[in-house]
Design a protein around this ligand. Structure first.
Ligand SMILES: NC(=O)C1=CN([C@@H]2O[C@H](COP(=O)(O)OP(=O)(O)OC[C@H]3O[C@@H](n4cnc5c(N)ncnc54)[C@H](OP(=O)(O)O)[C@@H]3O)[C@@H](O)[C@H]2O)C=CC1
Ligand SMILES: Nc1nc(=O)c2c([nH]1)NC[C@@H]1CN(c3ccc(C(=O)N[C@@H](CCC(=O)O)C(=O)O)cc3)C=[N+]21
Length: 293
């Protein structure tokens, strides 16, 4: 078993990004700039956004956090998105999810200029990604591809099982793994809560990607000997032995699954850190006008 180590990789990627940002600045170019819109203070959104902003700082990128109370109206939020769209100094925009129930996330996402949509959530980017055209790829799936690539994991012809069909993880992941490029060329099975015989399907996976949000759902009996296991899940579960009162758990029961695998991502320290790197990579691409000209 080898760890797919998000800490090591994200440090490496941040160093590469820092060098690229420094080069742009030394040539008198504009500093790449990521903007995050955060609504309310609920859940872990605040922590994640803070971590994104801090990572930007570390690599010399500019970042702006725009905060709203959770009573903000959809129209006000859309105005804020349009102001970022119109500001040539700002290269990338993320609107942290989830949004309060009275706001349509789809409507807000569709308002983001696809050329600044570094999360890759806009229908235009999802469509372009599916067609294999230049696009911003959703940050978490892109981070997973980067992991597979940097650990040189063979994917062609393998059976990849994706558990979960969310628009931000499972769906784009399943599309990406079947594309005719590396990493890809897999035979993909996409599963969800209505799937029958899930344990059996998981057991036939050479590459198993768990993104369902059910702590420790994937147990050893669901994993083939030698499989590559990618754990996207990240949930808080009560743990009185911890000072904070909770522990972070993935969708995979790590201790019993890890010994059976060839490669596995830890939680924390895996996919989450790669997600943040993808956002910064995409912001740099936007500043360079690499995806949209
Ligand atoms: N590390 C990172 O960067 C990120 C981590 N996450 C984490 O990943 C997890 C998933 O997030 P997200 O994709 O947004 O989740 P969603 O809740 O949007 O989607 C969950 C998916 O899993 C499916 N599902 C739920 N229960 C089961 C089950 N028992 N068997 C099979 N499928 C099931 C659902 O099926 P159905 O469609 O039928 O309801 C749904 O498609 C969460 O723990 C989240 O915190 C998310 C984003 C980024
Ligand atoms: N518009 C939008 N874009 C997102 O990219 C987005 C989002 N909304 N909503 C929520 C999910 C979740 N997400 C994570 C980011 C970082 C970690 C991360 O840094 N994880 C670390 C630390 C975990 C911790 O200590 O809490 C780790 O796994 O080691 C995790 C999860 C981005 N998301």
């Amino acid at each position: 078993m080898q760890l797919l180590d998000g800490k090591v990789l994200s440090q490496q990627i941040k160093q590469e990004l820092a060098a690229e940002v420094a080069e742009i600045k030394s040539q008198g170019g504009k500093t790449p700039h990521l903007v995050a819109i955060l609504v309310g203070t609920a859940g872990r959104s605040e922590t994640y956004v803070a971590s994104k902003m801090k990572s930007c700082e570390e690599i010399g990128m500019a970042s702006t956090l725009i905060r709203f109370d959770d009573t903000v109206s959809e129209a006000e939020l859309i105005d804020a998105v349009q102001a970022v769209n119109a500001n040539p100094d700002m290269d990338g925009l993320i609107v942290q999810l989830p949004l309060p129930a009275h706001i349509s996330a789809d409507k807000v996402m569709e308002t983001i200029d696809p050329a600044k949509d570094v999360d890759g959530f806009h229908p235009i980017n999802i469509g372009r990604m599916a067609k294999g055209l230049p696009a911003y790829i959703s940050a978490t799936p892109q981070g997973i591809l980067e992991m597979l690539q940097r650990y040189q994991i063979e994917t062609a012809g393998k059976h990849c099982v994706v558990v979960g069909r969310s628009q931000i993880v499972g769906l784009p992941m399943s599309i990406l793994m079947q594309r005719n490029t590396y990493p890809g060329n897999c035979t993909v099975t996409m599963t969800h809560s209505r799937t029958q015989n899930l344990p059996e399907i998981c057991r036939s996976a050479d590459i198993l990607i768990a993104a369902l949000g059910r702590p420790e759902f994937i147990t050893a009996d669901m994993v083939k000997e030698g499989a590559v296991v990618i754990d996207v899940g990240l949930e808080r579960v009560p743990d009185p032995s911890k000072k904070s009162g909770f522990a972070l758990k993935g969708d995979v029961k790590f201790d019993e699954v890890a010994p059976k695998t060839s490669f596995i991502t830890p939680v924390p320290g895996g996919v989450g850190l790669m997600t943040i790197c993808s956002l910064m990579q995409n912001t740099l691409k936007s500043a360079r006008k690499e995806v949209y000209h």
